[in-house]
Design a protein around this ligand. Sequence first.
Ligand code: CUA
Length: 387
Amino acid sequence: MNLLSRLPAPVRRTVHGVVGVALVAALASCGNQDTYPLTTLSPKGQQADTIHTLVKPIFIIAGVVFVVVQVVIVVIVIKFRRRRGEEHGENDPVQIHGNTPLELTWTALPAILLAGLAVLNVQTIFKLEQRVPDAIHVDVYGQQWWWEYRYDLDSDGQPDIITANQMVVPAGRQVELNIRSRDVIHSFWIPALNGKMDASPGSTHFMAINANKPGIYEGQCTEFCGLSHGYMRMEVKALTPADYDQWVTDQTASPAEPGNKLAEEGRTAFLSQCAYCHQVNGLTAEGEYSDAGPVADYKGLDGKAVPTVRPGVAPNLTHLMSRERFSGNMFPLHYEDGKPDEGNLKDWLTDPKAMKPMMPDNQQGMPNLNLDPATIDALVAYLVTLN
Ligand code: CUA
């Protein structure tokens, strides 16, 4: 990535556009944390274990049925084939049409088998639906083309932490998700932790996860949701309980003050250019979710009126740099040594559509605001202070 950042911006953007997915895959594999890729066959959480426990007997039973059926077919084909010189029908087997005991047998056997599997299936479904008293509750919103997570830590119905794309959880503790959508049908899927769950507009779907140990658990939207469906990734980052408590403390803190003049200019530019869609806690007020636009006047830190954002229109950026990646978990925010990847943010602000296919005119994705390079530099200087 360091090499990439030294390339001219247009070349970098082309590289991003063409090999974005490959880049993410490569980067995901070279982080210093354990990363669990997209496979259902290697469960790393309680719910995924429950599913895997069901998959094993079903696979074995289906395998036995498959082998028996195939062997019988081969034996019959060989035994009753028409041999050279035989008249048609000369070697036909005895016809058994209307044989009641036989027909009862091959109706009853599969019925009993399927009834047995249904019991196991229903048991598993109830097990996956189990809620626990000390669970953490997160509202998950799918949106073209990113995921929002709203943590209600004190169960008062109001979100205490709003973050995007990367969900942070404590390892070994149940996290209960209410999955919803703000536009079309998406599907939330972290295969190492649980199965798929659709995010459908107008309804809420329950799913629980419980990661065995700290690490990064990768996911991908698995319901076709338009242009950038393939660019709608997500991940769960599981921390030790102590690290998670620290994360909660950091996330509920006020955003950092811009430490230098350029970042301060960036904050001013943020308020005039970005704040109708993106929220920074304390700097912009969260209005009601509505398609009608900003809903009320709000006084910012400096006492001046600032826009009221429509929550959920775009990711909350209060602690942007605490995440690994941005824009549907696609583009790294840091180099491997932990320094901010300003090049990626600059490219994004210069021409977001060059990095990810979007239709901002149709309220799908980030518009190109045609910002001048000086404003982009200031904005990036501000964004990297949001840690
Ligand atoms: Cu969201 Cu596919």
